[in-house]
Design a protein around this ligand. Sequence first.
Ligand SMILES: [Zn+2]
Ligand SMILES: [Zn+2]
Length: 228
Amino acid sequence: MASVTQHTTINEYQDFVQKVYRLPNDRFFSSWDMLTNIERFITRGLKGIRKEDRDKTKVNLLISFSWLMSMMNQFHIGLENEVWKRFPYLCSYCASCPCSCKKNKVGKRQKVFVDEEKRPKTLKDFQVMFSEIYPSETRTLEHVGIHLAEEIGEFAEAILAYRGGHKEEDFNNIPLEAADLFSCFMGVFNSIEESMAKELSIMFSNNCYMCKNAPCTCSFKTIAEFKS
Ligand SMILES: [Zn+2]
Ligand SMILES: [Zn+2]
């Protein structure tokens, strides 16, 4: 049995997704299909924000995040390292904690200094880090949702550029945009005051959350018609 605990690291969660979903992913889904699913469940999560339905937001963003992990596995990108390089307890843009982009009208990306001693261990610790870099009190949930929508657009652009030209410099943008997208998932969870690690541990206590198998045996039809 494969399961996720509340103390999971981002790496461990990525391994869980590989174990449970690699087989159906390889057989059914191209990177375009995966991108569609990341977007599909993010937009349902945004609908949850508009309708003030936090459970809808929560469950759909968890599913979207799992699709992001599937895509990271397909591209052989370790998300945890990328997130840490991009956000080493600092805003990736203004290089301060808490973020001072708005206050100081920072117009240019600053160089971030990585202090390995500060590196969070678990997914839960990463969520705390993001709550300190981007405190929820400084922005509304709708604002965080709009930022999430922007970032999925930028992630999609990075995939489009790489899939078009297969150039290494384009590939290198994918992990950066994935890390930005992840920071927005964290932002929404901090704003709705839910622990992503706890929710993942409930959803994935026993293999695939739908069919309860590892590898997942959900049919393509079940996945394509899934309501949430
Ligand atoms: Zn900033
Ligand atoms: Zn399944």
